[in-house]
Ligand binder design. Sequence first.
Ligand code: SF4
Length: 378
Amino acid sequence: MTPRYGVYLHVPFCRRKCGYCDFYSATVLDLAPAYLDALVTEIDRRASGGSVETIYFGGGTPSLLTPEEIGRILDRVAARFSIEQDAEITMEANPGALSRERLADYRAAGVNRLSVGVQSFHPEELRFLERIHSAEEARATVLAAAEAGFARISVDLMFGTPSQSVEAHRGNLLAALALPVEHLSVYSLTYEPETPLGRALKRGDVTPASDDLDADLYEATIDALAERGFRRYETSSFAPRGAECRHNLRYWRRREYYGFGPAAHSFLAETRRANLGETGAYIRDIRDGGTGAGETERLTREDALLETVMLSLRAEGIDLAAFGEAFGEEERAALLSRLSAEIAEGLLERAEGRLRVARRGYALVDAIVERALERRVR
Ligand code: SF4
């Protein structure tokens, strides 16, 4: 059978760094031409053939690359793999400076799904997050994308900025739903220690939302979106049935994918590989004849079991038959027994052959995953 993959392409550039962001990206764009050469070389050196079901340009800010540059990368993927006829090809884009013509050119280059980093429609929240765009620019970008022929548009929103009320967050959700979007990714603001916002928290300069408010904001998200037919299919992902991001589903289902570019991750033949994270080091390694590899880890059966539990509980639930087949009936019984209290409390439910987090358990998913992974019977 022809192997089937997802392909992730990391674009490590942003115009300006947002205060909360710990993704790898640089604000100096002069490495872009060398990065592009290195990226297509990495594809040449590593690609094994097979077919590609999904492609995802993430970052960073992929929309800083021109449509021609995106097209050049896609051509190289097409030369090394067979891109399926109905492949999902997503590009992350940030609002502002994206005209309808430029968006139409991305569409013509082959991108058929756009993920727009809006985060908020409230000016003060956008300022706090240090986003470089306004709410109006965000709206204009989504509308221009639809006019440019994108039928599949997702919007990212963030909740939990200091002093944000549930009402203000609902306002953000409704503002997004008023646009032609088929998918929302809604994240709780986190304070990563190595970011300016994380340091501000440490100094006591910001007061984060309380855990209770955070849970209320999350529940408000689920309810407001469910009313519009956007069901939660992963902790932060909402879409009507059939509009899920197929690329992200591959991650949660532990399907194989290549990751190309600095800091990109791959999962192939039960091996996880992280590319060199720093763009200069990545380019040098490729120029020296390497493939940009950083760390590689071959997973044991135990690792695979833990990953399956962790990823599935955050998404569609554990397919109990497949789990028993992969890890044995004894493991399946042990898992159900470890989680018997959560099942009895209604935090977990068994439905459609899966063990999944129930509505009551959504806000407690981290604790449930922790319980699922502890006291493993070996
Ligand atoms: S949040 Fe997005 S736009 Fe902001 S620095 Fe991070 S990757 Fe760049």
